[in-house]
Design a protein around this ligand. Structure first.
Ligand code: SAM
Length: 243
């Protein structure tokens, strides 16, 4: 079964947004803020590393004690059959992530200076020699303090760091003589709704992706201030102001 309610958000987003994750040319995915591993499970499923969850053994098992920290419980419900999939998946979190077939896990602070190099190293495999990613997912959220200004600032720090990571690690769209030769990468970025977040979107995301859509999955709690930007067709940063 899936380890988190968030897994359903990602499934819903993929389905509603032209299968940005299921597309067969997606071969390198980074999942930031991945614990306990629901999104990584979905990615592993889409890239063929595990057999998809069936409705019978799905989230309902986990519902009664939705606490998500008990690795033993995760092991109990998380047993899937594994296959040989395609590509590379790197999952990063401050917290431990119980193993998932096809997923390389890193327990570290994404905001630490050594994180980018460690992720790059994990992304670089014989199958993905460039070490570049097709999809970067960020569900990272700092612990809420209740102080709105502080919470927004933390969320923006995360957004800026993820954007900087994308600059160096997301596959850039390539067009030769009018023909698309490489699809630009996709970024799915969680943020907190706030005017400053809108500024970030306008300044950094809009100029550098073909499309940026605001998404509030119905699986996310209605009252929460969280939303996602689904940014597709990474063009690189030539047109953007410096960070
Ligand atoms: N997408 C996950 C899933 O489906 O299981 C749930 C992610 S949860 C909403 C947010 C995660 O972000 C937490 O596990 C938290 O530890 C992580 N996080 C927050 N700040 C982080 C940071 N600076 N570095 C790494 N992980 C971070």
């Amino acid at each position: 079964s899936y380890r988190s309610r968030s897994a359903f958000k990602l499934l819903e987003l993929d389905k509603g947004q032209k299968h940005f994750l299921s597309n067969s040319d997606v071969r390198a995915v980074v999942d930031l803020g991945a614990a306990p591993g629901g999104w990584s499970q979905v990615v592993a499923e889409k890239l063929g590393w595990v057999t998809p969850c069936t409705p019978e053994n799905s989230y309902a098992d986990l519902m009664p004690d939705f606490g998500l920290s008990d690795l033993a419980r995760i092991e109990k419900f998380g047993s899937w059959s594994s296959n040989v999939g395609r590509g590379v998946i790197v999952a990063v979190d401050l917290l431990p992530i119980a193993p998932i077939p096809g997923v390389h896990t890193l327990q570290m602070d994404f905001l630490s200076p050594r994180a980018a190099d460690a992720i790059k190293a994990a992304l670089t495999t014989p199958e993905n020699p460039s070490g570049m990613a097709d999809v970067i997912l960020s569900d990272m959220a700092a612990n809420f303090t209740g102080n709105k200004a502080h919470d927004v600032e933390m969320s923006l720090d995360i957004c800026h760091s993820v954007f900087e990571f994308a600059i160096n690690n997301l596959n850039v769209r390539e067009v030769h003589e009018g023909v698309l030769t490489k699809r630009g990468g996709t970024l799915l970025l969680k943020h907190f709704d706030h005017p400053l977040s809108q500024e970030f979107r306008v300044k950094y995301l809009k100029p550098n992706f073909l499309s940026v859509n605001y998404i509030k999955p119905s699986a996310s709690r209605a009252e929460s201030a969280e939303g996602y930007w689904l940014c597709r067709g990474w063009k690189g940063v030539e047109s953007s102001p410096p960070l």
